[in-house]
Design a protein around this ligand. Structure first.
Ligand code: ZN
Length: 244
C-alpha cells in the first residue's frame, strides 16, 4: 500500500454501503479519480466535512489494487455555501457537470481545475453567474482542445469575412461562399466577444461584461456546440438552456 498526496475538489459523491461514500475528485496531481471515503457518513467522522461536492481539500490517499481511499484530508477552500442559494446551486452544478463530462477518469488537466476553482470563487464573490458560465464554456473548450476556429473560414481559410456563419459540423466560422444549409449566421460582435474572452487571462476575467442579448446568443451557440462535442446526453445542458 502506498500513500499519495493531492489537492482536489470533490465533483460528485455517491453513498456507498452503510456509512461510506465514493467521491469523484478532480486533483491537480493525479487527475480525475474516484476515491472511497470510508465511514464519512458516521457522526463525528473526520472525513465528513471533506466528503461533499464543492469542497477543495488537500488529500492523503492510500492506493491499493488501483483503488484510492482517503486516509486524511484538510479543507483548503469550501464553496459549499453556494448550495444555500437555489440559483447558485444550479450554476455551480452546471460547471461541475461540464468538468465531469469533459474530463475522463485518470485524465489530468490542471487548467480545467484552475478554471473551476476560479469560477466558483467568482460566483462566491457575487459575480454575474450567466457571464461566469459563458466564460467557463469558452475556456473549457480551449483547455480541452475543442475550441472552434473563429479567426478564419474553417474551409477556405479566408480571414476577412464581411458576413460570418458558424458551422457546428466543421467546428468553426465559414464565409458566405463556403456556407452550407445548416450553418447559422453570427455577428462580428459575437465573434469578437468570444475572442476577447479566449485571450483574457483567468485572473482578469472579472472585467468581462456581456449584455443580456449577446448572452442569449452566446449561450445557444455554446450549449449546442458543447452537446455536439461531448456526444452524450448531458441533461443539465438542455435544462440549463431554458433557465433565465
Ligand atoms: Zn470560405
Amino acid at each position: 500500500m502506498k500513500f499519495v498526496k493531492a489537492k482536489g475538489i470533490v465533483l460528485k459523491d455517491i453513498n456507498f454501503e452503510e456509512s461510506s461514500k465514493v467521491l469523484t475528485i478532480l486533483t491537480a496531481e493525479i487527475g480525475k479519480i474516484q476515491a472511497l471515503s470510508k465511514n464519512c457518513r458516521r457522526t463525528l467522522s473526520p472525513l465528513s466535512a471533506v466528503s461533499q461536492p464543492l469542497i477543495y481539500s488537500e488529500f492523503v490517499f492510500t492506493k491499493a489494487k488501483d483503488i484510492y481511499s482517503i486516509s486524511s484530508a484538510s479543507v483548503i477552500e469550501s464553496f459549499f455555501d453556494l448550495t444555500q442559494n437555489v440559483d447558485l446551486t444550479i450554476y455551480s452544478s452546471y460547471l461541475i457537470e461540464l468538468v465531469d463530462n469533459f474530463i475522463e477518469l485518470e485524465q489530468k488537466n490542471e487548467d480545467v481545475l484552475r478554471l473551476l476553482l476560479n469560477s466558483l470563487y467568482m460566483l462566491k464573490k457575487g459575480a454575474e453567474p450567466e457571464t461566469i458560465c459563458r466564460i467557463f464554456e469558452i475556456k473549457i473548450l480551449i483547455f480541452t482542445g475543442f475550441f472552434p476556429q473563429f479567426t478564419q473560414c474553417v474551409k477556405c481559410h479566408k480571414s476577412s469575412l464581411n458576413q460570418i456563419f458558424f458551422s457546428f459540423k466543421n467546428a468553426g466560422v465559414v464565409c458566405p461562399e463556403c456556407k452550407e444549409e445548416d450553418d447559422v449566421k453570427i455577428s462580428l460582435e459575437t465573434v469578437e466577444k468570444i475572442l476577447i474572452i479566449a485571450a483574457t487571462d483567468l485572473k482578469k476575467l472579472s472585467k468581462i461584461k456581456i449584455d443580456k442579448e449577446l448572452n442569449t446568443i452566446l449561450k445557444n451557440l455554446m450549449i449546442t456546440y458543447i452537446k455536439l462535442v461531448l456526444q452524450k446526453d448531458v441533461r443539465i445542458l438542455d435544462f440549463f438552456r431554458f433557465i433565465k
